[in-house]
Design a protein around this ligand. Sequence first.
Ligand code: SAH
Length: 390
Amino acid sequence: MPLQVEPASAGPARVNLLDLDRAGMERFFAEELGEKRFRAHQVMKWIYHQHVTDFAQMTDVGKALRAKLEAKAEIRPPNVLFDKPSADGTHKWLLGMDAGNAIEAVFIPDKGRGTLCVSSQVGCGLNCQFCSTATQGFNRNLSTAEIIGQVWVASKHLGNKTHLNRKLTNVVMMGMGEPLLNFDNVVRAMSLMRDDLGFGLANKRVTLSTSGLVPMIDRLAVESDVALAVSLHAPNDALRTELIPLNKKYPLAELMDACVRYLRHKKKGDSVTFEYTLMKGVNDSPETARELVRLMKAFSNKMQYADAAKVNLIPFNPFPGTRFERSGEAEIRAFQKILLDGGVLAMVRRTRGDDIDAACGQLKGQVMDRTRRQSEFKRKLEQQGVTDAA
Ligand code: SAH
């Protein structure tokens, strides 16, 4: 049954302050409220450091300004429909959007760090063959408030203190959706993640992952300062196009060149992470590993320093109805060894949150699909006799 979500409250439209980054807040305070910029900064600290949403609780903000804020603004984080801890410490939130849509955010604690996996769209339109979000189809982009709101909800839940007791140390834009297709909202939200008045994360601790939208990678290099991850999954065009239809539009040579340009904009020594999901008999052969070594070497040579490329090997996470399988442990190890022996930095990302369907590519909030992908996928599943993929 579709989830029922309350529509946004009616009445005169108030600005949700979670939609504004520091520049936007300063502008709003100056132009709409006739207030100095340090007032905007005070309110940001209440929102992001103290998790306060009620203007009345902002004790260092004068009564008159609080009344103006009440009239023109609100702080409305996403609605938590439910949250679910996993046995391994992973935590998942299902957040209600409008019209019965829901998205997911996942927190993954690890030695000395805590990573939040954040969604950028309701569903996804790119149709990567091995990703469960693709089977949901696409509905819409998330607003800045809905993106930063995921960090806000997790941070509040964890009792995170921005400059004191930091539990949330990293954010990866690796949840539902293609972040570069929602460029402005994602960049604004990432600026709040990094801002001292926001969550104060270091630039290398915010990572945007893309399936490879070449022109947008160039824009990102100029307009933001975050780490880049690219979903590669194959070292040649024939295989990559099969797995990621977008590769037809932006083939590998163009994508790798865009990564070179990206790094040239950054500090020397920075790297691009290439994600590689290992699927049995599809992209996990020793021959494919050697081809990947050549591709990564060519990239590092262009950058003229070692380790400009890092490969993240992700054992495939299955979902109902998928035709792919996870590679065997021996194949995963052998694949990694070929990369390491070839001088390519390669790590295996161990699956977390398996028991709550929170692993990579398994996120599936409720999506009111605007494409026909969901119904087509369900029909295909029914033909196969699979019924538990609602
Ligand atoms: N659209 C962006 C971000 C979302 S995907 C992108 O494509 O990068 C986040 C990562 O999970 C990507 O590397 C994606 O390819 C990977 N992934 C998707 N489905 C997966 C699955 N079933 N098993 C393992 N990894 C998967």
